[in-house]
Design a protein around this ligand. Sequence first.
Ligand code: ZN
Length: 262
Amino acid sequence: MHEIPGDARGDRGVDGAVDALAARSRLAFRARPGYGVFGIVQGGVFADLRQDSARALRDIGFDGYAVGGLAVGEGQETMFRILDATVPALPAERPRYLMGVGKPADIVGAVARGIDMFDCVLPTRSGRTAQAFTRRGTINLRNARHADDPAPLDAECACPACANYSRAYLHHLCRCGEILASMLLTWHNLRYYGDLMQGLRAAIASGTLADFVAASTTPRRAVARRRERRTSRPAGQRRKAKGLPRRTEGGCFPRFTRKDSA
Ligand SMILES: [Zn+2]
C-alpha cells in the first residue's frame, strides 16, 4: 500500500495530497444548472488542522463547503468547539453543510454557529424504533407509561399522527410491531424536524435566533421530563385506579383462556 507521509495527526503531508485531490475534483466538475460541488473540510478534532483545511478549500473556490468527520462519537461539546474554529474560516456567502448531523439540539447549536445545511437518518431511523422527537423532549413510545395516555404525541404538532391518534394507540402499535407505528412516527419525526428548521429560519429572519436557541436548551426539556415523571404513574397503577383488568403479558391483544373461548 502507498504510504502517505505525515505525523501522528496525519497533517502536512496529507494536507498537500488532499488539497491536490480537492483541486482536481473542482476542475473535473462540469458546471450545469441545478448542480454544484462542495469542498469537504477535514482535520478531525484539531482546530488548527480544520482551519488549514478550510483555508485551502476556500482558496480553491467551491459552490459550498461541507464540514465532514464530525458526529462520529466525539460528543457535542467537541463538535461545537470545532465548528467555532472552522465556520469563521469559510466564506459567509456560500452554503455551509454539516454532514451527518443530527439531534435537534445539535442542529440548533450548529445553526447558531453558522451552519446552513444538514443530513441525518435520525428522524426516520428513530421513527422505526419507537422514538419520537417532541417539543418536550424525546419519547420512547414502547414505555408502559403511554399505554393508557389519551394525549397526542406532541400537542403543538399538526402532523396526521398527532392530529388523529393518541399516545396509547401509538404505544399499542409499537408493542405489536405494526408497520403503521414506523410510518406514523416517521411521519411525525419528519414534521418535527421540518418545523424545527422552519422555526430556525424564521428566527434568523426576525433577528431572534439567540432567543430561539435559549428556548431550545436542555433545562426546559429537563423540567418537562421531571414534571412528566411526577404526574405519571405506571400503567398498571392507572389501570387499577380506573377499575380496569390487568394488561395481559406478551402483546396488545387479550389472551383468551380455555374458559373464555368456550
Ligand atoms: Zn406530530
